[in-house]
Design a protein around this ligand. Sequence first.
Ligand SMILES: C[S@@+](CC[C@H](N)C(=O)[O-])C[C@H]1O[C@@H](n2cnc3c(N)ncnc32)[C@H](O)[C@@H]1O
Length: 392
Amino acid sequence: MKYFFILGNNPALSLAEVLAVIKPKSYILISEEFLVTETSADLNPLTLSTVLGGTIKIGLIKEELAISSYKNKIEESILQIIRDRQKEVASGKFNFGFSNYSNLDFGHLGLKIKKDLSSLKINTRFVVSREKTLSSVIVEQNKLLRKGVEIVFARYEDYVILGETMAVQPFKSLSYRDFSRPARDDKSGMLPPKLAKIMINLAEADKDGLLVDPFCGSGTILSEAILMGYNNLYGLDLSSKAIDDSFKNINWIKEQYQIEPVSIKFKVKNVLDLSKFIKVNSVSAFISEPYLGPQRGKIEFKSVIKEIEYLYTKALVQMYQVLEKGGRVVMVWPVFYGNKFVNPNIGEFKKISILPDNLKNEEIKKRINQRGNIVYGRAGQKVFREVIVLEK
Ligand SMILES: C[S@@+](CC[C@H](N)C(=O)[O-])C[C@H]1O[C@@H](n2cnc3c(N)ncnc32)[C@H](O)[C@@H]1O
């Protein structure tokens, strides 16, 4: 089956996440944001949209029309997609919309289709926006997935691709978790839930394996891991307030989302003592946003970098001891002012490149830094996050 994925605002990281989760037989990046994958098994786009942190839309490729003749065929192909979909949804007005991810101009195709449908006695509304593509908010608000359809267009070499969107990122639920959780710690900073999901997916751990966040703060990574079906978790932090916060937030997640019972432990501990209370070779993955230095005021980065390198180097030695063979550490390391990196010693760990070496898309390649890593953040931020994946 062929699916498309519309990648989020850090497309390199989103691509790495999709490849880690679905492991496609083959894939093509049509543009920086438009990924087409081929898998042997069917995917479940709705479930995937709740698992992936970096993907905006997921859908099925329905048609590939040769560029030489698409103008004669596209109207009929779209009518077919709409009529098939219209048979599946309850009666009433049927909404449809287009997102054009290509540089082709389809003129007044939407209005033509609306007319065609009206002559077939199908009552429709054509949803438009100012942009060439509909945002996932517009798709959701206009019920295009539940009671209508969104058709996407892309161009690949000599073909025009038509796809049907099957799921969009659950943006309401993600921001609800980000802003409504009962315990927040704006002082030491909180990881965006989307990035937490990406990090969890990059660990490629088994659902029953032990996941540890040794700098758990208010528990963002553990909360997302529970929602993604991981059921054996351990949260550690030096601060007892952080452990209380994590506890409150996890209980809130369990209540809000009616989660099945999971095994989750918390302890107030220093990461540098890990191997004193966690068994050797027992951890499947460490996934963590560690201490990133002071969040406020001017950063004396020379001394902060020294302090962080010391902490991470020692922490990695501890993690290596208790991690099982093949287990991964997924961390974010700070990049101060966008260009001042930290260089802890990774010891015997193997560094993993999260994107394949043979990437052809130049735009994506530019997003990989000189250290072979991808950085997450927005222009103007003081502290960016460099995503690091290590393997024992
Ligand atoms: C950036 S915060 C983690 C935030 C978390 N990802 C969240 O979203 O809530 C870093 C955490 O590391 C903890 N920490 C700092 N040094 C530590 C150490 N040596 N051992 C364990 N935890 C430590 C801090 O107390 C803080 O809660």
